[in-house]
Design a protein around this ligand. Sequence first.
Ligand SMILES: Cc1cc2nc3c(=O)[nH]c(=O)nc-3n(C[C@H](O)[C@H](O)[C@H](O)COP(=O)(O)OP(=O)(O)OC[C@H]3O[C@@H](n4cnc5c(N)ncnc54)[C@H](O)[C@@H]3O)c2cc1C
Length: 545
Amino acid sequence: MTERTPPIPVVAGINDPMLEGMADGWQVHDAADLSDGSRLDADVIIIGTGAGGGTSAEILAEAGFKVLMLEEGPLRSTNDFKMDEREAYRDLYQESAGRMSKDGAMSILQGRCVGGTTVINWTSSFRTPDETLNYWSENFATQGFSPEEMAPWFERMEQRLNIADWQVPPNKNNAVLSEGATKLGIDWKVIPRNVAGCWNLGYCGTGCPTNAKQSMLVTTIPGALKNNSELVYSARAEKLLFDGKKVSGVEITVLGEDKNPTGSKLVARAPHVIMACGGINGPALLMRSNAPDPKNRVGKRTFLHPVAFNFARFEETIDPYYGAPQSIYSDAFQWQSVDGPVGYKLEVPPLQPGLASVLLLGHGARHFDDMQHLPNTHAMIALMRDGFHADSQGGEIELASDGSPIVNYELNEYLWDGFKRSFLTMSEIEFAAGAKAVRCSHLDSPWFTSWEEAKAGIEQLEFRPNAFTAGSAHVMGGLCMGEDLDTCVVNSEGKYHYLDNLWVFDGSAFPTSIGANPQLSVYGLACKQANGLVEKLRAEKAAKA
Ligand SMILES: Cc1cc2nc3c(=O)[nH]c(=O)nc-3n(C[C@H](O)[C@H](O)[C@H](O)COP(=O)(O)OP(=O)(O)OC[C@H]3O[C@@H](n4cnc5c(N)ncnc54)[C@H](O)[C@@H]3O)c2cc1C
């Protein structure tokens, strides 16, 4: 077990807000330290401590409600983060960063620790695009989600998490996008980030060692714990327990440091339960619990922003592992049509060596050569905006025999068309920025040495399952929100349609993908929904008094 008793370790003078708070008496427990069969009570249980869970916890706790946060992953805090990919992927990511779609064609990165995916994300912070919010109200009858109605909630979370345009010049990796796009007359912009006093290290994906990233770990979770809340980690919500149309409790499996069940179980009880365990795992929890789902919609419409990668070699040093990971984007190819051919957002990912070794594909001499050139390599990504077309209905969640989720998401012609167009776009931009050679993340792609060669070569690439690297770091949907009962399982207030006291305040409620990096969309939604629940709980209290 990780040593977490005072004296508080201090790394190079950097404080660790979680360890300090625990030394001050915050109610934080490793589930393994609680006796088998223990019962935990609260006003509100929140399952999952990521973007939706952390935001909701702070709001409810500040309003005076006793919140119990349950987190499947371990607690790792500031002084644990050492910019070490091996430790980070093992400790902070779902399935040790090995989560994949059922057919193995897409690798899916998602967080699994106190603070959830916000601990390991790359800090890009966009409001939900107006086009997306309008599409939801037109197609899923969401209420209260117009751009005007959402603006105050986004503003509030932008202030809470210090979200602002990144003022430091982009690293060379990102500058390839701005320079190439400028040469071609393609519009680009600077990305807003949720950081305070960022050191520009670039290792956001392994947990921020300086407290600069305003993840839930250093903001809302401490905010909730200061207000009489309780956090139990390594505690997997195994099943929801029902009593008629109500959730009567949560059965918890206690996990050890090795992530395996210790054999102990706990139970938590509260008048209201919020699910904030994110896409994939949220639907799986409802399926394991046999929750009422008369239209068989749980787990449907799971969206991933499937990502195409393009690599470029430069003579100059790029050092793609250092500096703010994402600071430039282009939406020039995103909204040409809302519900036509798939649109894509262009960004630039960091290339720490471990991540790069997977993304660069291949093996043997070619892979060795690619890794040798890493300091001179740039990468660009195109995130496909899935969920806005009849040929893009997303994936479905299934359960494995042990109750864990399987993501059945198949890439199809509609998405392949986007991959092909984006390979062309990215290659042209990279050559315009001065690349000497460019390669698409496709098994059959050579290093092209000119734009003309790339243009002809990409046209020849065959798009078939498993022929190219597709990735996802944005898990959305699966518990579709809206008033249309044929499609949706959660109403516009975030309440599960078929249960009176179950709420879903996280990215799983999105009816489509966002069309932008989703964290601020989750914060805005959870902020709105949690404040709505506060009003409801106050009214319930007043009625009882
Ligand atoms: C590498 C990477 C980079 C990213 N970069 C960005 C970015 O730059 N900008 C951006 O906007 N977005 C980014 N994202 C995505 C963004 O962080 C997520 O979309 C967002 O955090 C999702 O919020 P959520 O509340 O839905 O789920 P999460 O934040 O994933 O939180 C869910 C939590 O629930 C826990 N949980 C799951 N099941 C259970 C259970 N049964 N019992 C108890 N706990 C459970 C999980 O362990 C997790 O901690 C990135 C993601 C990754 C992986």
